[in-house]
Design a protein around this ligand. Sequence first.
Ligand code: KIV
Ligand code: ZN
Length: 512
Amino acid sequence: MKEHLVIFDTTLRDGEQSPGASMTKEEKLRVARQLERMQVDVIEAGFAAASPGDFAAIQNIARVIKSSTVCSLARSSENDIRRAGEAIAPAVRGRIHTFIATSPIHMEKKLRMTPDQVVEAAVRAVHWAREYTDDVEFSAEDAVRSEVDFLCRVFAAVIEAGASTINVPDTVGYSVPTVWGELMRTLIERVPGAGRVVWSTHCHNDLGMAVANSLAAVLAGARQVECTINGLGERAGNASLEEVVMAVRTRSDLFPVQTRIDTTQIVPASKLVSQITGYPVQPNKAVVGANAFAHESGIHQDGVLKHRETYEIMRAEDVGWAQNKLVLGKHSGRNAFKSRLSALGIVLESEEALNAAFGRFKELADKKHEIFDEDLQALVSDDEMTPPGEHFKLVYSRVCSETGETPAADVTLTVGGVERKAAGIGSGPVDATFKAIESIAASGAQLLLYSVNAITTGTDAQGEVTVRLARQGRIVNGNGADTDIVIASARAYLNALNKLQFPDRLDPQGDV
Ligand code: KIV
Ligand code: ZN
């Protein structure tokens, strides 16, 4: 009988600490719903004390999510822990994850605390957290560069104080599998009370070893892995959820554990996170890259056709690929549309939202013969991101792009309900359109990223555009989808401008 491996997803917290990956409250809820659908055990929904936006997003997720534990991060201060406790209060199962640094360099240079003070603060934090929930996780930040004797001392003290999960982070991505596994084994052997808690590993990918290190920790006794969708996260990212889950499942001959993840939800989760954050997935990324199951060489193709397992260790459909199927068309009715959305786990809160989405579906079906699940996902995101009352709205756009001529664009927008027109020229049709929009909006924002992806295949596919803008230290992502990529681009640009316009709809990143 295999032991249960807890999958702790921190896409919404550590993942969101990737530059430019900040998500709105609505976007976070969509990701959380997908994580729940995937049967993630614990969703780290954010860092409640970081900002009112983060607090509200966690509380919102705690209200809606029923079958995953909802967790908030908190430093070891009383204020942080009380904010975390309040944010998770509505959850069916809520966890507080508190941490303090334990390495000499962090204690001395960052915290300016003595080791005794750190132990005291850690114990106090766990006591405060236990006032809110029995499910308290403690992390020793920068455990990788901490002294083992000191780690044993801190961990013993917090277990005594009531922590039920002990997390060992490689905060700076410095370890290698043999060393990381050995540290986990030593801690489990030496820490008094080790048998009463779940041991957890949290690895960063600075040397490209986050997944390997996490798996080594599992072989040494860890029973929780902290990870993110697509390996998103601070700097080089965190251990990727899909790689950890599929390694454990595919090599069940080696790992004495199993997860409860519905692996068919992995690719939809990957696409959703990539779409929302504007972080593309590299084509050769394990499990979720577009080429992860593509066989280019003739020898491989021949082998796979004769017997799939000659070159494939996993089945594409088991991780949610091959869902690119025709679902709806021009003649599909509102009920078929609604039931397909619900099969995709998309919940539109009101009749108005459903009607608006259905209207856009009909428009799309007029332009595009075959509508796939991915088109529906993009269409609904687009609707969610353009709520009624938005400040900048596209009314009309036209571009002229000819060989040998400078591309020119005309746009009509409504700005706060008032119609405005402008023209622009640029190095290409998108550039001309953005210049025309800027001549109205005068946002002064800096364009950090512009990317286009085809949502499905074929020249009639919708282009999905991400625009990342920065202004006064704030970074936002805007998305837009349309069969016309200039219109998709204009929508994405306006979506980003609307987010800059309404800061209260954003969750600024926590400074952890
Ligand atoms: O990397 C890290 O140390 C963290 C902790 C807050 C767990 O993210
Ligand atoms: Zn981290």
